[in-house]
Ligand binder design. Structure first.
Ligand code: GLC
Length: 730
């Protein structure tokens, strides 16, 4: 065909191609950014605004967030909080959006998958005591699979708020008091949820929350003022978020709290300057439940329209359930107070995550029956493993534990937690069923056989002592008493702050009553926070903190008490001597007068310190060896320490490496965790643990601007009571 003819026919050819070729955004093989831009260019303002809107679907299970239940779904809606476990239900709703809307943009279904979907793992605070990062990541991958197959594409997890005030109910949801631990676990959770490919069959989008400083709520009271100094912001609360962004977290949730007066959900510095410009996060920010509307009572917005303007321009791309963006963004765009460019940027981010999830190409999930989606034996076994490794042996006087079968023919299992399976699941238990859980009593009966008697003794709280007599009778007939005390599931979690960390008085009285039977007592504590055990621990020969261990809690406890498993949990959060001693976290700044200034009416130091935990074997630590006693900025130092298992049974030992910076341009914490490693050591065996110190990462510290400073000088490396000193030289 000659050139003339081609030139003449070219427009027709182009049109012919254009008529047949689907739009770029529907092209599976087109680059995601091209698909995003193509779709964005086709959208009306209304369609764009609706992508910034999240509503709910299904029965609300969070008593703190009461809202009208939406039954009819606007097909243009960006996202739904989806509370049903049914894939078919989700597909029906998704079909509405994909087939009934002009551009067929799929919905994004989110849900709080916090420590499991149907297989409920130990609460995150418990998981962080395992120091087994691979297990934590694996548990998130299991949760992601169950969630994805049930119609959920996005979890509002991990919660990585460094928490030091045990009065705050949400301490249960994070990974303890240390910034490094929250960073490592948070990044592992992101990788567990998102897998290697966000569009994977069992991948869901993660959400780093609650960005940022939420755990500093004054007095541990939820939703209260948070005075977050710039130094604390960068030294303590930001590191887990930076690690989560580096791990590729698709989304971030802005918190309820203000940051020294500027609410986290309307804070341009954290939401845009840092998160997007400095860290390069290219996903999107969703507000917390109604946290945009909360800007009005927080006193920074005169009305909802102002709240809308502030949150949207600060960098919150999606509005969780208060419909403020739906109601006010169109007018703000019309008035030019919100630019089209800013609207496009927000919608671009939401669409990017949807494309990366593969929602445009595969908007529906396979509709498998429950027994193919949930509770696979391997997943349940993983829950048991993680529960075992999360439990912390706090006391073991005269090696009362493990209970050798012979000496513990007759067990008396007493207390309000013995049969409370709901408590084992803890808060934010997703679609977990108490009927899936093995109670402490059932777990002990299954393992110990023989004579395992039970008496409740008392309720979780209240004044009723009528059960004491039966408890004492059962105790007097037993060889050993397993006393199960602690919190109800609802006593921790959101809006569940407590002024006291003590067990309810009735439980302490039960402990004293049972002690009077004169038999050895193993105290088992289940709670979503550190408790003040100062009065009850002395009554027991052994104390085991099981937290809220999930559906396998009873079997995991039996594994530990029987010695089938050697406890390896170590505390990720300090146990203070009551609320009065808070804050008691380990990495406090070096005080002006070390060793003095404490309370006259309390012993100095916490009840159980960070990293505390006993084993059934004995570990002997060698001295720290350093590859050099000096290091340059670009150099490295390799530190190592030998640990020998001097006992007669294998065990898993975690070595914690702390760095102290005794003299710097600002006062630094007494020590900071920089590395940890858990390894198995056979009886009589030795393992050499190493830590490669990289100055820019391990010896630097952030200033109030977040920029890291690396200052020459002396540093101390600490492992247990061992100290090795070296210098950073220019
Ligand atoms: C709640 C919580 C948040 C949760 C969200 C959706 O208020 O603060 O952690 O993800 O609402 O349930």
């Amino acid at each position: 065909m000659n050139k003339f003819l081609i030139t003449a026919l070219f427009p027709a050819l182009l049109l012919a191609c254009a008529v047949d070729a689907p739009p770029v955004y529907k092209e599976r093989d087109a680059p995601i950014e091209a698909r995003v831009e193509d779709l964005l260019a086709r959208m009306t303002v209304e369609e764009k605004v609706m992508q910034t809107v999240q509503r709910t679907y299904g029965k609300n299970m969070n008593p703190n967030n009461v809202e009208r239940e939406t039954r009819a779904v606007d097909p243009l809606t960006g996202s739904l909080i989806y509370r049903s476990p049914s894939p078919a239900y989700r597909n029906r709703v998704q079909r509405e959006a994909v087939e009934r809307s002009r551009l067929g943009i799929p919905l994004l279904f989110g849900f709080d998958v916090i420590h499991g979907f149907r297989v409920i793992f130990p609460v995150p605070l418990a998981q962080s005591c395992s120091w087994n990062v691979d297990l934590v990541r694996a548990s998130c991958a299991v949760a992601a699979r169950e969630a994805k197959l049930s119609g959920v594409d996005w979890t509002f997890s991990p919660m990585i708020d460094v928490a030091r005030d045990a009065r705050w109910g949400r301490v249960v949801e994070g990974y303890g008091e240390d910034p490094h631990a929250n960073a490592v676990y948070g990044a592992a959770a992101v990788r567990g949820y998102q897998g290697d490919d966000l569009a994977g069959d069992h991948s869901i989008a993660a959400c780093l929350k609650h960005y940022v400083g939420y755990s500093l709520s004054d007095g541990g009271r939820d939703y209260h003022y948070s005075d977050v100094s710039p130094q604390a912001l960068w030294e303590t609360f930001m590191p887990p978020y930076e690690a989560g962004v580096r791990a590729g977290a698709a989304t971030v949730m802005s918190a309820f709290n203000d940051i020294s007066g500027v609410p986290a959900s309307a804070n341009p510095y954290t939401l845009t300057t840092v998160l997007k410009q400095r860290w390069g996060h290219d996903g999107f920010v969703v507000s917390d439940w109604g946290s945009i509307q909360n800007l009005v009572p927080q006193g920074v917005a005169a009305d909802e329209r102002e709240a809308c303007l502030q949150a949207f321009t600060a960098g919150v791309e999606m509005d969780m359930v208060d419909d403020i963006y739906a109601r006010h963004l169109p007018a703000l765009v019309e008035e030019g107070r919100v630019s089209i460019a800013r609207l496009d940027e927000a919608v671009r981010r939401v669409l990017r995550v949807k494309f990366r999830l593969g929602l445009f190409d595969r908007p529906y999930v396979e509709e498998l029956p429950d027994d193919e989606r949930f509770l696979r034996p391997g997943d349940v076994a993983l829950a048991r493993r993680l529960a075992v490794e999360s439990m912390v042996l706090l006391e073991n006087k005269d090696d009362l534990l493990p209970l050798a079968a012979g000496a513990a023919r007759r067990l008396a299992v007493i207390g309000p937690l013995a049969r409370d399976s709901v408590a084992l699941l803890g808060s934010w238990a997703g679609h977990g069923e108490a009927s899936d859980a093995c109670s402490l009593l059932d777990g002990l009966r299954a393992r110990f056989g023989g004579e395992v008697t039970h008496a409740r003794g008392c309720d979780h709280d209240g004044e009723d002592t009528t059960g004491f007599a039966a408890a004492r009778r059962v105790a007097s007939r037993a060889d050993v008493v397993v006393l199960c005390l602690g919190e109800r599931a609802a006593w921790s979690g959101e809006n569940a702050s407590r002024a006291s960390l003590a067990l309810p008085a009735i439980q302490e009285r039960l402990a004293a009553e049972v002690r009077r039977a004169g038999k050895p007592v193993v105290l088992v504590v289940s709670a979503g926070r550190p408790l003040d055990l100062a009065r009850v621990a002395p009554l027991a020969g052994a104390v085991v903190m099981i937290w809220q261990p999930g559906i396998e809690g009873g079997r995991a406890l039996a594994d530990i008490l029987s010695g089938d498993e050697n406890p390896s949990g170590r505390l990720s959060i300090t146990f203070p001597r009551g609320a009065a001693q808070q804050p008691a976290y380990y990495n406090q700044r070096q005080p002006a007068r070390p060793g003095s200034g404490g309370y006259q009416d309390l012993p100095a130091g916490p009840l159980y310190p960070f990293a505390h935990g006993l084993s059934y074997t004995r570990y002997e630590y060698g001295e720290i060896a350093l590859s050099s006693d000096r290091v340059t900025r670009d150099g490295t130092i390799t530190a190592s320490v030998e640990v020998r298992n001097a006992g007669d049974r294998p065990g898993d030992e975690t070595v914690f490496w702390f760095v102290s910076d005794p003299v710097a341009s600002i006062s630094r914490p007494v020590k900071e965790l920089k590395h940890f490693e858990k390894r198995g050591i056979p009886a009589g065996g030795t393992r050499r643990y190493t830590f490669e110190i990289v100055p820019s990462r391990d010896l630097s510290f952030p200033g109030p601007d977040g920029l890291r400073r690396l200052e020459p000088g002396v540093f101390h490396l600490r492992v247990k009571d061992r100290v090795a000193t070296f210098s950073l030289v220019d």
